[in-house]
Ligand binder design. Structure first.
Ligand code: COA
Length: 274
């Protein structure tokens, strides 16, 4: 059986570190998130946090397989949600542990920058995985949606809480209460997509952003991510205090000296990542 999650290690262009690309690999089931995928996501998210070589993470779905003769090609999918077949006959007692300790939270807890590269359906848990990533780069044939209401459910991987922070309460209400999908153009308009490009341009655009991020100091990146994230949990007064503390802490790092000196010398900084 092929791996349900393939991890590619892409060298950074500056020769320092790698970009980790997670490819959810169940294209015949539209890359839906079953228990095996979730446990692999947890394992690999823990790995990227520990491995000092990893600068940035890209999460994407595998493209469709060639169809067997006489069958139609399956559609492109980022992730078409949680594996619905694993819901049948489950009660709250059985389902709670899976959702209390789920792979989306592990991605959310990756301390390094994360980019969702979306080509096709990003529904339910797929929309939620996209929302736990820091940046979303999207092909123009992609479709976002939270169709759980059609199953008598609501989003359970943080969708009600994170989508609202990205697109606002009105659009979140509409998406979750109606279960109606949002196309790529609309995703761009409401701020769900950072960029919309053609499927042919998707890889290049995503890699361009990933390489730009990966060329920075890993220590500074993690401080930046942590500080921006604090805005989700805090009001502006507390948030500004957090920013002040994080900002001044960087003045005790080697990378601040390296970055500032490189600017003055008009050279490229060679980070120590500390
Ligand atoms: N869980 C389990 N299997 C899924 C799935 C999911 N979330 N989404 C798609 N699949 C499977 C289908 O059962 C089908 O399997 P099969 O070929 O073995 O029968 C295969 O993936 C292809 O999907 P199919 O429905 O035939 O493709 P389509 O082009 O007709 O429709 C969608 C595509 C995305 C509109 C449709 O698959 C869909 O609505 N999926 C569920 C989305 C959802 O509700 N997600 C939230 C879950 S909480």
């Amino acid at each position: 059986m092929s791996e349900v999650l393939v991890v590619e290690k892409i060298p950074c262009e500056n020769g320092d570190g790698i970009i980790a690309k997670f490819i959810i690999n169940r294209p015949d089931k539209l890359n839906s998130l079953n228990d095996d995928v979730m446990s692999k996501i947890k394992e690999m998210s823990a790995w990227v946090n520990e491995d000092s070589e990893v600068r940035c993470v890209i999460i994407t779905g595998a493209p469709p397989n060639e169809p067997v003769e006489g069958k139609r090609r399956k559609p492109n999918a980022f992730i078409a949600g949680a594996d619905i077949t694993e819901f049948l006959g489950q009660d709250s007692k059985a389902i709670r542990p899976k959702f209390e300790d789920n792979g989306c939270e592990y991605i959310w807890n990756i301390t390094k920058p994360t980019i969702a590269m979306v080509d096709g359906f990003a529904l339910g848990g797929g929309c939620e995985v996209a929302c736990v990533c820091d940046i979303r780069v999207v092909s123009d044939r992609s479709v976002f949606g939270t169709p759980e209401i059609k199953l008598g459910l609501i989003p359970g991987f943080g969708g009600t809480q994170r989508l609202v922070k990205i697109v606002g309460i009105g659009k979140t209400m509409e998406m979750i209460l109606s279960g109606d999908n949002v196309n790529a153009k609309e995703a761009l308009e409401i701020g769900l997509a950072n960029h919309v490009v053609t499927p042919e341009e998707l890889e290049e655009k995503t890699m361009q952003i990933a390489q730009s991020i990966a060329s920075k100091s890993l220590h500074t990146l993690t401080v930046a991510k942590r500080t921006i994230r604090s805005a989700l949990d805090n009001g502006i007064t507390d948030g500004l205090q957090i920013e002040l503390n994080e900002f001044v802490s960087l003045f005790d790092t080697e990378d601040k000296e390296i970055g500032v000196q490189a600017f003055i010398d008009r050279t490229t900084p060679e980070w120590k990542h500390r």
